[in-house]
Design a binder for this molecule. Structure first.
Ligand SMILES: Nc1ncnc2c1ncn2[C@@H]1O[C@H](COP(=O)(O)OP(=O)(O)OP(=O)(O)O)[C@@H](O)[C@H]1O
Ligand SMILES: [Mg+2]
Length: 319
């Protein structure tokens, strides 16, 4: 299978305002195949956009190598750039141009003929609901309109690899579906590889071939969702919401025979990995009878990508 992206030991160290160093990306390595849909998931500030910015030639790495379709991006950045489409997290449209001009200039820059650019721009402006605003300047656009134009621009030239950095943030549900229709069509007809970051877990669940869970500059797990599910201690989970989590209550929970392990998610929420889920529910409810901690909600569910994400990105209480 053809490798479209090869990343080795990629590292980025930033200097903070106080002079300290911050390692946003800490020597990560991964490869993507042609036609693969890959989700790169991680908490806010984990380093996802920094990774995308380096891989798409917008930011120089501190160390490491990146190849796009076999081309080293440091020695031949222009060749690499022609194969890439990017929906950046921030608004990087040309605000002094109209919507139509943004698309046309992009198409021409990426080697489409004038006719091809016009045809493709018209289709995309219509599909993304911007045709009636095509001659308006981007600076007058709402957040959602600008996001739709960024998406249209990124897919204008049918790139070999498409980077989507939280593309559906700010999009209404109807346009989310239109985005995915276009992306899946490109993936099918053009074998476009997709590198997605998102905080909406239903998107990787619906569309991804593989997922990486990334936190604090490192890839914690990579594989299909089923492969990642095997890294969760149990197949069902108990979500527990209390008035206030505490060390004492966490210890009491941990000591229950039916609790395999638990995580303190925040000041009100626990995720509990039970040995025997129904017995664990009874034991936990019983615990509240003797505790000052107040129960607000308790729920049993089977593991989802959300659970895998939480498991791999929050610290676990030692049992
Ligand atoms: N230009 C910069 N200078 C200094 N620090 C930076 C710079 N860009 C990013 N960082 C830092 O690197 C870390 C990772 O940021 P990044 O934007 O990659 O996170 P992210 O995973 O994309 O988060 P989010 O989900 O919020 O978009 C953060 O701590 C951020 O403050
Ligand atoms: Mg980001």
């Amino acid at each position: 299978m053809k490798r479209i992206l090869e990343v080795k030991n990629l590292t980025k160290v930033f200097k903070k305002a106080n002079g300290e160093s911050h390692t946003a990306v800490n020597g990560i390595s991964f490869d993507l195949n042609e036609g693969e849909i890959f989700s790169f998931l991680g908490p806010n500030g984990a380093g996802k956009s920094t990774t995308i910015n380096m891989v798409t030639t917008q930011l120089s790495p501190t160390a490491g190598t990146i190849k796009v379709d076999g081309e080293d991006i440091q020695s031949s950045p222009i060749n690499a750039r022609t194969k890439i489409g990017i929906v950046a997290q921030h608004n990087n449209l040309d605000r002094g141009l109209t919507a139509h001009e943004n698309l046309l200039y992009h198409g021409r820059y990426f080697g489409l003929s004038k006719h091809e650019s016009e045809t493709r721009a018209e289709i995309l402006l219509k599909d993304f609901g911007l045709y009636d605003w095509k001659d308006d300047y981007v600076k007058s656009f709402s957040g959602g309109m600008a996001q739709r134009l960024k998406i249209a621009r990124a897919i204008m030239h049918k790139p070999a690899i498409l980077f989507l950095d939280e593309p559906t943030t700010g999009l209404d549900p109807a346009y989310r579906e239109i985005l995915w229709e276009h992306v899946l069509r490109l993936n099918k007809e053009n074998k476009t590889t997709v590198f997605l970051t998102t905080h909406y877990m239903e998107e990787p669940e619906r569309f991804s071939d593989r997922v990486a869970i990334y936190n604090k500059g490192e890839i914690k797990a990579i594989g299909t969702i089923d492969e990642l599910r095997k890294q969760i201690p149990s197949e069902s989970l108990i979500y527990l919401k209390v008035d206030q989590t505490s060390e004492l209550f966490s210890k009491q929970l941990s000591k229950l025979g039916t609790v395999k392990s638990l995580k303190v998610v925040d000041e009100k929420n626990y995720v509990i990995y039970p040995n025997e889920s129904k017995k664990a529910l009874t034991e936990i409810l019983h615990l509240f009878e003797q505790s000052k901690t107040q129960l607000e909600n308790i729920q049993l569910s089977s593991t989802t990508l959300d659970d895998i994400f939480i498991h791999l990105t929050t610290d676990e209480e030692e049992k």
